[in-house]
Design a protein around this ligand. Structure first.
Ligand code: TYM
Length: 373
């Protein structure tokens, strides 16, 4: 029987059932006890965590055990530079920045130009690298602390990465790679090797510190298959298994099953969108509204199927009382979709304005963040 949905690091299709996904991947749900334990250290919970959008983990309790013993963890996340950044990519980064601030954690940020060259139809490796440099501006603009953050592009830091990649690669068989990622004979050798490269930053902090350092990976759940493989080899190499904290995938604007895709700009909001383009996309978004205003006033609308409501919930209504009021007025019919969309567009415009200003300033700040061989 065909799968009802597919989530791999390179493909997300169908309507994702996150309960089933957690079972398939073998990750844990984040429960109230874990949220409370995190809150004890952070004083408050980030809305993405409080709302269950960061919903799953591996070994987060162990990360906190170690932290409580004084063994501080490092953070690791990344970006595959295939195109401009959309707002979904920023979800794990905004959360990672929050973790960095709250735990004063060092962050290792990998940019995988090799991956995107191997997996995408880039004619030239330099095309992926050019996008990598453009994406770095967005990463810096998210606000990571330059004193605590190292950013590197694989092909420009490979002398540091390669010895570890070699050791990881030796311990992953082709049959494991096929089983985890679904490769067949048509895949190129780079694609098959790549997961070894994404494993490396799980161990770099330990090499850097000269002792074992716990690593926590905040990212979208689509990246977990890589780290399942990494965790299998970690102890054989003498390192801790990396831990992970995973978000759901923020939907596109065209419905909760829709994806944001650079090849279809109308599907999402991009970091470099003009205000006009962004407003047009938001005004065309899929909502849970009724066919007519009269019906909506009478019966109310359905936020549970609405992309616009999802955007508020993920990033644009961080205040819980505000989000609750949006939901209440939506369900009651007091709020109409047109007004609700323009309110969202105003909030997104304010966000993009700040982001784009920081992005421009980031052009002069690359040296504060970038590692190279
Ligand atoms: P990439 O570039 O596909 O995605 C970058 C990060 O964004 C997350 N993501 C999303 N999160 C929420 N909602 C969405 N709609 C959404 N779309 C993408 C991804 O899960 C990821 O966290 N191979 C990786 C690059 C990489 C990496 C890593 C990522 C290298 N090392 C370590 C995470 C952690 C990639 O191509 O990510």
């Amino acid at each position: 029987m065909p799968e009802d949905f597919v989530v791999t690091p390179w493909e997300v299709t169908g309507e994702v059932d996150y309960d089933k996904l957690v079972e398939r991947f073998g990750t844990q749900r984040i429960d109230d006890a874990l949220r409370e334990r995190i809150r004890r250290h952070t004083g408050e919970l980030h809305p993405l965590l409080n709302r269950g959008l960061f919903f799953s983990h591996r070994d987060m309790n162990w990360i906190l055990d170690e932290f409580e013993k004084g063994n501080r963890f490092h953070l690791y996340t990344g970006r595959g530079p295939s195109s401009g950044i959309h707002i979904g990519h920023m979800v794990p980064w905004i959360f990672a920045k929050w973790l960095q601030d709250k735990f004063r954690a060092r962050m290792w940020f990998q940019i995988t130009d090799d991956e995107k060259y191997w997996f995408k139809d880039f004619e030239k490796l330099d095309d992926a690298k050019a996008i990598a440099y453009d994406n770095i501006l967005d990463i810096i603009a998210v606000g990571f602390d330059p004193k605590l953050t190292e950013v590197f592009i694989d092909t420009e830091y490979i002398r540091h990465l390669y010895p570890l990649a070699v050791q990881v690669a030796k311990r992953i068989t082709f049959s494991t790679a096929k089983a985890v990622f679904g490769f067949d004979e048509s895949f190129n050798l780079g694609q098959i090797f790549y997961t070894a490269v994404q494993s490396v930053p799980c161990f770099l902090p330990s090499i850097d510190a000269g002792r074992n350092v716990p690593v926590l990976i905040p990212c979208g759940i689509d990246q977990d298959p890589h780290f399942r493989v990494t965790r299998d080899v970690a102890e054989r190499l003498g390192y801790y298994k990396p831990a992970g904290i995973y978000s759901k995938l923020m939907p596109g604007l065209l419905g909760l099953q829709s994806k944001m895709s650079a090849s279809r700009p109308e599907t999402g909001i991009f970091a470099t969108d003009t205000e006009k383009a962004m407003r047009k996309k938001v005004s065309n978004a899929f909502t849970g509204g009724r066919a007519t205003v009269e019906e909506q006033r009478k019966l109310g609308a359905n936020p549970a199927v609405c992309s616009v409501f999802a955007y508020y919930a993920y990033l644009f209504a961080p205040d819980d009382a505000d989000l609750a009021e949006i939901e209440r007025t939506c369900r009651s019919g007091e709020r109409l979709c047109g007004d609700c969309k323009s309110e969202l567009a105003d909030r997104v415009a304010a966000f993009l304005k700040v982001h784009q200003e920081r992005r421009e300033k980031a052009r002069d700040r690359l040296d504060e963040f970038l590692l190279s061989d």
